[in-house]
Design a protein around this ligand. Structure first.
Ligand SMILES: NC(=O)c1ccc[n+]([C@@H]2O[C@H](COP(=O)([O-])OP(=O)(O)OC[C@H]3O[C@@H](n4cnc5c(N)ncnc54)[C@H](O)[C@@H]3O)[C@@H](O)[C@H]2O)c1
Length: 423
């Protein structure tokens, strides 16, 4: 039974962001409604099963015991002290922001909103969304006024999927409200389970800070990717260059080359910022566009490197069997969203290769219309194929052994010990 004496929060969207937030709030003593539009997901969660890497089934059962329930019923909003919106913000037609889920959730919350509630947007989005898109929908559908009848704030999520070091509690959290009182209401909510809430001057600053963080990663990954390409041409070992530069204790942060960027954030969020800069100011955000161009070129570069290595063995890509190791976007998690493994495989297929795959986190891999089944015997597959390409260095891989047992291996993550061939 849901307790009536505890404070109530509704978290809209029970995905990678909303579900861990629901867990943190439930264990901090909140009664938590996990509101989602997907009935099968709601049933799954209420039966004690998880659908994301960072939470186990036993975590969900612990949440249910602590006062968490998933629901599709939006009327829970009307009995909530706090409502947090954590719905997806993908790219739509032509790479422009798709705020469909944010608008839908805002209308639903507005329809059920009562005076005195604090509404917080967590979805990553372009500056101005909370004030220009969310606020009008909440106000129109509720008849209430933000900053007067209800509090409104933006607080970006900073989840690091799969991280054992940083979770919700020990990651400082930004929050900016439409008024100081709104900021303080958000601080009061997050302060109940986050060690360091960080009040911001306003909603736009909080929105833009998140995009600066993601753009910073995007740009720096592009920097080392571009360097990796020309260092190869100049016969300079980029991995040794990075190892050396990383010994500098100040003014340098280590980024490593790879097959491209993946996940829900880095390939998508900076586009929200560049879109809005162009939309409002009419000029490009050049760093984002350049980073995108370079990072998007990496899958093709990986295939070129595979082609060069096969060539040394007097083999063409056409007709070769290539084993891809690791198809998720990050090591040791099962999330495949925007993974560069897909374009790498597509280009290999285009060039006539036979693609096989192994990933400890994935049983079947959807390659366009084809479902590839994971190689049942990694050792046998490594022996059989013409080339192995490591796209994701999952912990369970012994890359030294795989390099020794394969005809040739390209390690795009620079993890296999020398003399393994790296990107
Ligand atoms: N995944 C990450 O690592 C990460 C990190 C930081 C920020 N973010 C941002 O957080 C937001 C959410 O991302 P996510 O990864 O949790 O997405 P997700 O796809 O994992 O989950 C979103 C959930 O929202 C539900 N949903 C969609 N529309 C809805 C609506 N109108 N009402 C109620 N529920 C609805 C979906 O059914 C889904 O279960 C995005 O803006 C994303 O950019 C994600």
């Amino acid at each position: 039974m849901v307790s009536k004496t505890k404070k109530v929060v509704t978290i809209v969207g029970q995905g990678y962001v909303g579900l861990p937030l629901a867990q943190a709030a439930a264990h901090a003593g909140w009664t938590v409604w996990g509101l989602d539009v997907t009935p099968t997901l709601v049933d799954l969660l209420n039966s004690g099963q998880s659908h994301i890497d960072d939470l186990s089934d036993s975590d969900i059962r612990g949440m249910l015991e602590a006062g968490y329930r998933a629901t599709t019923d939006p009327s829970v909003v009307s009995s909530s002290d706090v409502v947090v919106i954590c719905v997806p913000t993908p790219l739509g037609e032509g790479g422009s922001p798709d705020l469909g889920a944010v608008k839908g959730a805002s209308r639903t919350v507005g329809d059920n909103l009562v005076a005195g509630t604090t509404v917080i947007l967590e979805s990553t989005t372009y500056p101005g969304t909370t004030d220009d898109v969310v606020r009008p929908l909440l106000e129109m559908n509720s008849g209430l006024t933000a900053g007067t009848d209800f509090e409104l704030a933006y607080s970006p999520e900073r989840v690091d999927p799969g991280s054992k070091k940083y979770g919700i509690k020990n990651t400082p959290k930004l929050m900016g409200g439409i008024t100081d009182a709104s900021t303080q209401a958000a601080v009061a909510f997050y302060g109940s389970f986050v060690d360091q809430p960080v009040p911001m001057a306003g909603m736009r600053e909080a929105e833009t800070a998140k995009l600066l963080e993601n753009t910073f990663r995007h740009v720096n990954i592009a920097l080392v990717n571009e360097m990796a390409k020309f260092c190869k041409e100049l016969n300079i070992d980029i991995w040794e260059v990075i190892r050396g530069a990383s010994t500098k204790p100040f003014g340098f942060m280590k980024f490593t080359p790879g097959p491209g960027v993946g996940g829900h954030c880095i390939p998508i969020d900076p586009n929200y910022l560049s879109y809005e800069v162009r939309n409002q100011l009419g000029y490009p955000f050049r760093f984002v566009e350049l980073a995108q161009e370079i990072n998007n070129s990496m899958p093709r570069y990986v295939v070129e490197r595979v082609g060069d290595l096969l060539n040394e063995h007097r083999k063409p890509i056409n007709g070769s069997e290539i084993l891809i190791l690791g198809v998720t976007y990050k090591a040791d998690i099962a999330d495949q969203r925007e993974s560069p493994a897909l374009p790498v495989a597509e280009i290999l297929l285009e060039r006539g290769a036979t693609v096989r795959f192994h990933d400890p986190m994935i049983d079947t891999w959807q390659l366009g219309a084809t479902s590839l089944v994971r190689e049942p015997d990694l050792g046998a597959a490594v022996n059989e194929v013409d080339a192995v390409v490591v796209l994701q260095a999952h912990d369970s891989y012994n890359l030294e052994a795989i390099a020794n047992d394969s005809k040739l291996m390209l390690d795009t993550r620079g993890v296999a010990p020398r003399p393994a061939v790296r990107l």
